[in-house]
Ligand binder design. Structure first.
Ligand SMILES: C[S@@+](CC[C@H](N)C(=O)[O-])C[C@H]1O[C@@H](n2cnc3c(N)ncnc32)[C@H](O)[C@@H]1O
Length: 271
């Protein structure tokens, strides 16, 4: 996550409660998202490990998710490396290990939930500490996950191995530069099928353009494919997104206003 926050530090659950599932109220600026009448109660065994309350969009984290997050954070801490930002913590948040998920990243997490919940197979560029992988796998128990990462962080490998053990048969990892890996996948398209692409890897406009273009090519000719692009708060990333929309290759998806437009991540149908 590229952090361009101002001084907004909405309060969250206290750090010492990290083991407990936190529940956050919405901050005033988190305005988007439809207000829905909740349906019939869901039996507890059918509630995914990450979901949101339909009436007020409160995040619900199962204890299993919190335990896994803590384990991932432990692998990061053990390397002594700084955590690169992601869906749970901002870049440069040195207190991540003892902290619950950043409250002001809740809209981005809810958007990821909106993007994955009816999908089957996700390809993510930018695994980092496996945080967005954990959220996606927790939000949708049917989802299989394939992650691509340069592997520049010492912790990524161990985080992925942990997730693969926690979610048997649902996690694949390809270490390498997405600009090489994705064309290789495209060359063997019959073996790879994804219905959701998450672009959250290299943050220069060149890498982003290559990643979006390669995802669009991988998805070509297939139905129901979506692309989730992160960090659209960076003007050069937003411009790449606009290029593809202008070329008629992507169309913004809002789920009739349910998507939270918080200048963070955007979802598009691949045309
Ligand atoms: C912002 S982090 C991803 C955060 C993660 N998606 C999350 O939300 O928890 C970016 C990751 O992209 C990886 N990366 C950067 N450039 C890349 C490239 N060209 N190919 C593959 N991975 C890349 C980095 O190694 C880093 O782990």
């Amino acid at each position: 996550m590229l952090d361009v926050r101002k001084t907004d530090s909405a309060s969250g659950a206290p750090a010492e409660d990290f083991g407990k599932p936190p529940i956050y109220p919405l901050a005033a600026w988190q305005s988007a998202g439809r207000t829905l009448i909740p349906g019939k109660p869901i039996p507890p065994e059918e509630i995914p490990d990450y979901t949101i309350k339909r009436d007020d969009r409160t995040e619900i984290f199962a204890p299993a998710l919190m335990a896994r997050l803590k384990a991932l954070n432990g692998f990061v801490k053990a390397t002594g490396e700084r955590l690169e930002g992601g869906i749970f913590y901002w870049h440069g948040d040195d207190a991540y290990h003892d902290s619950p998920p950043a409250p002001d990243l809740a809209p981005a997490r809810r958007n990821l939930w909106r993007a994955v919940r009816f999908k089957n197979s996700m390809l993510e560029i930018g695994v980092n500490a496996g945080h967005s992988a954990l959220l996606a796998l927790s939000a949708n128990p049917r989802l299989t996950y394939t992650g691509v990462d340069l592997g520049v962080h010492k912790y990524t490998d161990e985080c992925v191995r942990y997730l693969a053990a926690e979610f048997p048969g649902r996690v694949r990892y390809i270490q390498g530069d997405s600009r090489q890996v994705l064309p290789e996948l495209a060359a063997n398209r019959s073996e790879w099928s994804f219905d959701l692409y998450h672009v959250d890897g290299g943050h220069t406009d060149d890498v982003c353009r290559a990643d979006v273009g390669n995802c669009v090519r991988l998805a070509e000719g297939r139905r129901g494919k979506h692309l989730l692009l992160d960090d659209v708060n960076a003007s050069w990333i937003f411009d790449v997104y606009c290029e593809f929309v202008a070329q008629g290759r992507l169309a913004t998806e809002t789920f009739f206003g349910d998507w939270e437009d918080v200048n963070r991540n955007v979802l598009a149908r691949i045309l």
